[in-house]
Design a protein around this ligand. Structure first.
Ligand code: PEP
Ligand code: MG
Length: 587
């Protein structure tokens, strides 16, 4: 290390796991110079034609990037660019730009700049991480459009030939699509959250990434060396030899640990005293089922079907849905496959154009999930028919999200009954005994869970929403993230209440929120009586190791402790102590 370059450590948000170390490559976008001038009214038509041509060229470019990403990364990542195409085709945006040119008599670049920035600002101020990040989609599209109008290149500078870590203020989806993956060691950005597109792409490429680092891109310069810790969210600029050595050891430990856990994940998921625990996978597309099976999942505990409805111009047909559900059912064979009916809400409306949804001020408390489906019975009926048809190809179960009380469950089951009758009349096969579950993710459903036993074959606790509603903490708002406490006594007691109601009603109970995949929480959940846990496939090996390394009575003791304690942080401390002791034996 250059002796003049001092080691400095920064803390950001861990976005994609792994440790990387290499020279900094700064990604700075070219500052486009936008010509802004007044025009005579007789030039308006020419400007309109320029606008139309630029829209067409931009469309072609985005489509080409989409095709490139689809080939290199797959369909899921390529969908990002469908969102860009939607921005480009947004009639409100186009009309407003034309109006701006006409009313202010300005050239098209000027109008695009003004209107685009108006939208970016409006989205950027929304108190919702997901929507805030859509501002970067608009910005990306606007820059491309302006570059086509001005003929200026969007160039991001030359990348070194050696392997490097990219540092940027922000990485747009089209930047990330054009990054040379063979030379990329890690990604570091000033802004961005966990649901950002770049993060999704980094994870899918297994590239360590840390986001939310303030103005780091202004503090580093070419020639600096950077170390990225995507496990903890640390970034160290110009690390000393001893820091590099320390992280090198940490990296080796992680790799060894991951390998050991992966090897163990082939074994049955049961406690030391032989108590079987079902560890299932959460998936978001039919393509992920194969990976779930390979990693040793005991089934699919949650198939979020929303993605079929996102970024589409037209709703998915019954046939399209049936094929997707059938693929998962067939991949999993006899293993259970729990498919959740549509849960698309205010937090995802910007990409849910086909459903004609609108922005709401309290999206998480709004028009979503079963509320939306019971109000749009035709759409619900199409999905239920597709689900029923897929039920003859495997062990398919249906699950309703956001049930708030018995009347909604009854109404949903009536819709299911009607879909069954239609199929029967049409002579189409389905499993008449298909199991139907209620998600318990609203406090009202938890408190009155005994009233939901009738009409449910199982409960699945949606802890992501249940905790946010119990604690009044928006799960996407990083300013109140410290108040989101899965070990809070209210959460522990609520889980117990739901388990008791399920036991009394003799139905199964599982959990499918992020808490289920947190290895520190696993013993507590099992001790409370939850014997089926569903999580992201990558978390399964660690959870399985925890199950295999404990006895059921130990889990019960932890649950008894948690039900007595008054302070969530003490519960967490004790659970962490237990977990650390188990992990120690793996090292
Ligand atoms: C939950 O709320 O815990 C859940 C699994 O559903 P989602 O995260 O999709 O809201
Ligand atoms: Mg939920």
């Amino acid at each position: 290390m250059d002796s003049k370059r001092e080691e400095k450590e920064y803390q950001g948000i861990a976005a994609s796991p792994g440790i990387a170390h290499g020279p900094v490559s700064l990604l700075r976008e070219t500052e486009l110079s936008i010509p802004k001038y007044k025009i005579e009214s007789d030039r308006l038509e020419d400007e309109n034609i320029r606008f139309e041509n630029a829209l067409l060229s931009t469309r072609k470019q985005i489509q080409a990037i989409r095709d490139q990403v689809e080939t290199s990364l797959g369909e899921d990542e390529a969908r990002i660019f469908d969102a860009h195409l939607l921005v480009l085709e947004d009639q409100a945006l186009i009309d407003e730009t034309i109006r701006e040119m006409k009313s202010d008599l300005v050239n098209v670049e000027s109008a695009v700049w003004t209107v685009g920035n108006r939208y970016i600002e409006a989205f950027g101020q929304i108190d919702d991480e997901y929507l805030r990040e859509r501002a970067s989609d608009i910005r990306d599209v606007m820059r491309r459009l302006l570059s086509n109008l001005t003929g200026e290149s969007l160039g991001d500078g030359d990348r070194p030939d050696d392997k490097h870590v990219i540092v940027a203020h922000e990485i747009s989806p089209s930047d990330s699509a054009c990054i040379d993956k063979d030379h990329l060691l890690g990604l570091v950005t000033d802004i961005g959250g966990k649901t950002g597109h770049t993060v999704i792409v980094a994870r899918s490429m297994n590239i360590p990434a840390v986001v939310g680092l303030g103005d780091l891109s202004k503090k580093v310069s070419p020639g600096d060396v950077i170390l990225v810790d995507g496990y903890e969210g640390n970034v160290i600029v110009n690390p000393s030899d001893s820091t590099i050595f320390r992280y090198g050891k940490l990296k080796d430990e992680h790799i060894t640990l991951e390998k050991r856990m992966l090897a163990l994940s082939k074994d049955v998921s049961q406690t030391k005293d032989g108590h079987k625990i079902r560890l299932m996978a959460n998936i978001e597309s039919e393509k992920e089922a194969k990976r779930a099976l390979e990693i040793g999942a005991d089934g699919i505990g949650l198939f979020r079907t929303e993605y079929l409805f996102l970024n589409v111009r037209k709703l998915p047909s019954e046939e399209e849905q049936y094929l997707a559900y059938r693929e998962v059912a067939e991949t999993m064979g006899d293993l259970p496959v729990v498919i959740r009916t549509l849960d698309l809400g205010g937090d995802k409306i910007s990409t849910a154009r086909a459903l004609g949804m609108h922005h709401e001020s309290n999206p998480f408390l709004g028009y979503r999930a079963i509320r939306y489906c019971l109000d749009n019975v035709e759409l619900f009926n199409t999905q239920l028919r597709a689900l029923l048809r897929s039920s003859v190809h495997g062990n398919v179960r249906i699950m309703y999200p956001m049930i708030s009380g018995a009347p909604e469950l009854i109404q949903a089951n009536e819709c299911l009954q009607s879909a069954k009758e239609q199929l029967r009349d049409e002579g189409i096969a389905f499993n008449d005994d298909i199991e139907v579950g209620s998600m318990i993710e609203i406090p009202s459903a938890a408190v009155a869970s005994d009233t939901l036993v009738e009409g449910s074959s199982f409960f699945s606790i949606g802890s992501n929403d249940l905790i946010q509603y119990l604690m009044a903490v928006d799960r996407l708002n990083d300013r109140v993230a410290h108040l989101y406490e899965p070990t809070h006594p209210s959460v522990v007691r609520t889980l117990k209440m739901v388990v008791d109601a399920a036991r009394k009603g003799e139905i199964d109970v599982s959990i499918c929120g992020e808490t289920a995949g947190d290895p520190v929480m696993v013993p507590l959940l099992i001790g409370l009586g939850i014997e089926s846990l569903s999580m992201s496939p990558s978390l399964l090996p660690n959870a399985k190791y925890v199950v295999q390394s404990m006895e059921l009575q130990e889990a019960k003791d932890l649950a008894a402790m948690a039900l007595q304690e008054t302070d969530g942080s003490v519960i967490l401390e004790k659970l962490t102590e237990f977990y650390d002791a188990r992990m120690a034996s793996l090292y």
